[in-house]
Design a protein around this ligand. Structure first.
Ligand SMILES: [Zn+2]
Length: 176
């Protein structure tokens, strides 16, 4: 995994880039939730579910079909959140799917079950540039932890910050 905090970067960037009219606070909250939700499977490690099990860490909950299902379900609540359903679907899909994709760029652990439940084959993206985060949060307070945070800053927060600023600038230019 990347640290849970870094998975928030994508929905935050989308919220800033698209603006509060398009991504109202309720939708942003839901997007933040679906971006960290896949790591709920880490609890399985403490419950005795092996890492490589279909429901193990980076398995089912990290898959793209689950991201589509989460986004579809969330989009049903779009009117209540003051958002357009298609926009809500897109924002939630990018937020949820980004979790597995970011994890798939880390340099440790097992791969992501991208197509679960249709296939339990696990894989990484070709660019494994992000230092993998330790599963124990306390291990972040170490020299390795600093390396993890620096790497996530470089490969997650800086690009997301850039996209957020670009979106803001475009909205300004277009007068929206
Ligand atoms: Zn994860």
């Amino acid at each position: 995994m990347a640290t849970p905090l870094s998975h928030l970067a994508v929905p935050l960037a989308l919220g800033v880039a698209l603006g509060a009219d398009t991504v109202p606070p309720g939708l942003l909250m839901l997007a933040l939730a679906v971006a960290v939700l896949p790591d709920i499977d880490a609890l399985g490690l403490w419950l005795g579910i092996p890492y490589e099990h279909p429901f193990g860490h980076r398995g089912f909950t990290h898959s793209l079909p689950v991201a589509v299902a989460l986004a579809g379900t969330g989009a049903l609540f779009a009117p209540a959140l003051g958002a357009d359903p298609l926009t809500a679907f897109g924002v939630l899909l990018l937020s949820a799917a980004s979790h597995g994709l970011i994890d798939a760029m880390t340099n440790g652990g097992l791969g992501i079950a991208f197509y679960s439940p249709f296939s339990n084959r696990r894989g990484f993206l070709p660019w494994r540039v992000i230092e993998v985060s330790p599963l124990r949060p306390s291990a972040l307070f170490s020299r390795h932890g600093l390396r993890v945070l620096r790497s996530e800053m470089r490969w997650v927060w800086v690009p997301c910050g850039g996209l957020a600023l670009l979106g803001m600038a475009l909205r300004e230019l277009l007068g929206r």
